[in-house]
Design a protein around this ligand. Structure first.
Ligand code: CP
Length: 310
């Protein structure tokens, strides 16, 4: 019998349920504990093709590292301005060409709907690595895996999600994903960066949450503080960005008010929302989170490429 991820696209985390998350989390645990020689058999002879139409450090490099750890190779476009997209080649043609050269595709693109569209034209499985302000499903997978590893559970957690909730695609994927669990979610953002009402209907079907502008309210109750960057590049008007930049800063004073065993997560990159002084505290889990990105993506690739799983 095929594993349920074999040759499947990963476009939206809304297609996931608890069983699918458990399959990936268990596969990730297995990947981490595997002998490297054994792991290198899982992607042997396979090629990952990536198309990044927006900048990336973690997502692209962790996919590269993940594919290399499986014994496969990778090719890709890290900067669309160096590709024939610059000459006017369409996304559809670019995706069709990449699916001739690879076994699995990874796409990051600034437009909402780009991944769904690309998955339809691709003849190989396609993984959404960030589509506009819409979703970043593999980020949500690694976020949940981080909670499971670092807090030993997901159900029962009290989670604050802080920062740019309007444009942050990681936030939407995380909220959809958390809808599969019994969690207590508090959304904290400037008024102008509250979550978009076009998504709340879908989120509220599975998850209840509170909204606030005040980070310090209930700070001593949160198990997880998930911080996001206020994304300058998403603002059409620089004035509007200037009004909200630096709204929340996690530093030593905030740390003192947190629960003793609370963890701080961040999808990264950060700008100034978490002070570097926090990095050496026991609360800081954002670099570990980025490391889990490689492991969860390796597990996902191995499941997509191997019919019987591993
Ligand atoms: N978290 C994340 O998607 O980081 P990059 O933009 O560096 O890939």
């Amino acid at each position: 019998m095929s594993n349920s991820f074999f040759q499947k696209d990963i476009v939206s985390i809304r297609d996931f349920n608890k069983e699918k998350f458990d399959t990936i989390f268990d596969a990730t645990d297995k990947i981490i504990s595997m002998n490297p020689n054994e792991r290198r058999e899982l992607g042997r002879g396979k090629t990952l093709g990536y198309l990044f139409f927006e900048p990336s450090t973690r997502t692209r490099l962790s996919f590269e590292a993940a594919m290399a750890s499986l014994g496969g190779t990778y090719i890709g476009i890290a900067d669309a301005s160096s590709s024939s997209a610059k000459k006017g080649e369409s996304l559809a043609d670019t995706v069709k060409i990449m699916s001739l050269y690879s076994d699995v595709l990874v796409l990051r693109h600034p437009l909402d709907g780009s991944s769904r569209f690309a998955a339809e034209v691709s003849t190989k499985p396609l993984i959404n690595a960030g589509s506009g302000t819409e979703e970043h499903p593999t980020q949500a997978i690694l976020d949940l895996y981080t909670m499971r590893k670092e807090k030993k559970k997901i159900d029962g957690l009290k989670i604050a999600i802080v920062g740019d909730l309007k444009y942050g695609r990681t936030v939407y994927s995380l909220l959809y994903a958390l809808g599969n669990y019994k969690v207590d979610v508090h959304l904290i953002s400037p008024q102008a960066l509250k979550i978009r009402t076009d998504s709340t209907y879908e989120i509220k079907k599975r998850l209840s949450y509170t909204e606030s502008t005040n980070l310090e309210e209930n700070l001593d109750e949160f198990d997880v503080i998930y911080v996001t960057r206020i994304q300058k590049e998403r603002f059409a008007d620089a004035e509007e960005y200037n009004k909200v930049k630096g709204s929340y800063k996690i530093g030593p004073e905030i740390i003192k008010k947190m629960k003793e065993d609370a963890i701080i997560m961040h999808p990264l990159p950060r700008v100034d929302e978490i002070s570097p002084e926090v990095d050496s505290t026991k609360h800081a889990k954002y670099f570990k989170q980025a490391e889990y990105g490689k492991d969860t993506r390796a597990a996902l690739l191995a499941l997509i490429l191997n019919e019987k799983g591993f």
